[in-house]
Design a protein around this ligand. Structure first.
Ligand code: TXA
Ligand code: MG
Length: 327
C-alpha cells in the first residue's frame, strides 16, 4: 500500500472492504462529497458514524448501494413507478430517493422513520467497493456535524482523521455538492434538499413539476435543511452583488467568495473565483473547497456573492444561505 499513514489515506479497496466487514468506518469518495460509511445492516457499526461526526441521532443517514436490484430486494419495501423512473434515469448519480424502508434497515439509520434515503453513487472506487460487499453502506457526509462537507480525502483526514481508520482517496469530487433529495407523497414529488441534480433536470426526466419544500427549523424533514448548516467557523455574509460600498466597508480584512469576476482592489490571496468562465457546475464543484480555504486563512469574515439562479446555482445559493445564517 502506498498509503499516507497520517490520516490513513489510500486506494486499497480490499483493505477498505475488510474494515467494513469487521464493523469499522471507512470514508468513501462519491461524485457529490465524501461520505463516512459503515455497514447499514449493523446498528453497532452505524452508531460509530454518529459518534465520529458528533451528529444528533434524530438525523437519518443515506444508504448507498451499487444496483437498483439490490435496493429493491434488500433496502426498500416499495418502489413507486415515478421513483423507479428517476432511479433508472439518474443512477448512478447525485439523487437520493426517500422510499418506504425494508425491515433489514435498522431504526438507527432512519432515526425511527419508516422511510429510508437511498442512492447509487457515481464514483468508480466506491462502486467497486459496494460490489464487493453483501451489505449496503450508510454514509452521511464525512464532516463534523454542521461543518462544510468534504470534497477531498485530505478534508476528511484534517477533521476526522483520528476517528476514521481508513479514507479512500478518490481525488476531488466531480460534482462537489450533496445529492438532491426527493420524496413522494401521494402523487406529488417533493424536493427536500436542493443538490447536485438540478430541479430543471428532475422535471425534465419526470415530465412534470416538482415542489421544492421550504424548510422548517422545528421539524426538519432533513437536517441538511437546518437553517444553520454547512457552515464555516468564520462568519459568512451573503450579498446579491459585491458593490464598491461593500468593499469600502470590509476591505482587506475579509475574504471574498466570487462567481466569475475578481475584485480589483482586494489582494489576490483574499479572493476566490469559483468559475472564471461563469459556469455554475464548475462553481458547485469548487464551492466547499473554497469555503474551507477562506475559513483557514487569516481573514475576519467571509463575504460571498450569490450565484446566478440557474441549474446548480440554486443549490449553491441554498448552501451559502445556510452557511450565513446566524441563530
Ligand atoms: O451527496 C450526498 O447525499 C452525500 C453522499 C455521501 O452521499 N451524503 C449526504 O449525507 O449528504 P448527509 O447525511 O450529510 O445528508 C443526508 C440528508 C440528511 O439531511 C437527512 O436528514 C436526509 O438526508 N435523510 C436521510 N434519510 C431521510 C429520510 N428517511 N427522510 C427524510 N430525510 C432523510
Ligand atoms: Mg451532511
Amino acid at each position: 500500500m502506498e498509503d499516507n499513514k497520517k490520516g490513513n489515506i489510500g486506494t486499497d479497496i480490499q483493505f477498505a472492504a475488510n474494515l467494513l466487514k469487521n464493523g469499522h468506518l471507512v470514508a468513501i469518495p462519491t461524485e457529490t462529497v465524501y461520505g463516512l460509511a459503515a455497514n447499514a445492516f449493523d446498528p453497532i457499526a452505524v452508531a460509530g458514524i454518529f459518534e465520529a461526526k458528533k451528529r444528533p441521532h434524530f438525523d437519518p443517514l443515506i444508504v448507498h448501494a451499487s444496483s437498483i436490484d439490490f435496493i429493491e430486494r434488500q433496502i426498500v419495501s416499495e418502489f413507486p413507478a415515478k421513483a423507479k423512473l428517476l432511479a433508472e434515469k439518474c443512477w448512478p448519480g447525485p439523487l437520493t430517493l426517500i422510499l418506504p424502508k425494508s425491515s433489514n434497515i435498522p431504526d438507527l439509520v432512519t432515526s425511527g422513520k419508516n422511510t429510508v434515503g437511498v442512492r447509487i453513487p457515481n464514483q468508480e472506487q466506491s462502486l467497486a467497493l459496494l460490489r464487493q460487499l453483501d451489505f449496503p453502506l450508510a454514509a452521511p457526509s464525512a464532516n463534523p456535524f454542521g461543518y462544510i462537507s468534504p470534497t477531498k480525502a485530505q478534508h476528511v483526514a484534517d477533521q476526522l482523521g483520528e476517528e476514521v481508520p481508513y479514507i479512500i482517496d478518490g481525488g476531488d469530487c466531480e460534482i462537489g455538492i450533496e445529492s438532491t433529495i426527493v420524496g413522494f407523497e401521494g402523487n406529488q414529488i417533493l424536493v427536500y434538499r436542493l443538490g447536485g441534480l438540478s430541479v430543471e433536470e428532475l422535471e425534465h426526466h419526470l415530465g412534470e413539476k416538482v415542489e421544492v419544500i421550504k424548510d422548517s427549523e422545528e421539524n426538519p424533514s432533513a437536517p441538511g435543511m437546518l437553517k444553520s448548516h454547512y457552515a464555516p467557523r468564520k462568519q459568512l455574509l451573503l450579498f446579491e452583488n459585491i458593490t464598491d460600498d461593500i468593499i469600502r466597508k470590509y476591505g482587506n480584512k475579509c475574504g471574498y467568495l466570487l462567481f466569475n469576476k475578481n475584485l480589483d482592489n482586494i489582494p489576490k490571496n483574499k479572493q476566490i473565483i469559483l468559475s472564471q468562465k461563469g459556469d455554475v457546475k464548475e462553481a458547485a464543484a469548487k464551492l466547499f473547497s473554497a469555503l474551507r480555504s477562506l475559513d483557514s486563512t487569516d481573514v475576519e469574515m467571509i463575504i460571498a456573492e450569490k450565484m446566478p439562479e440557474t441549474g446548480l446555482g440554486f443549490a449553491i445559493n441554498d448552501r451559502l444561505k445556510r452557511a450565513s445564517f446566524v441563530a
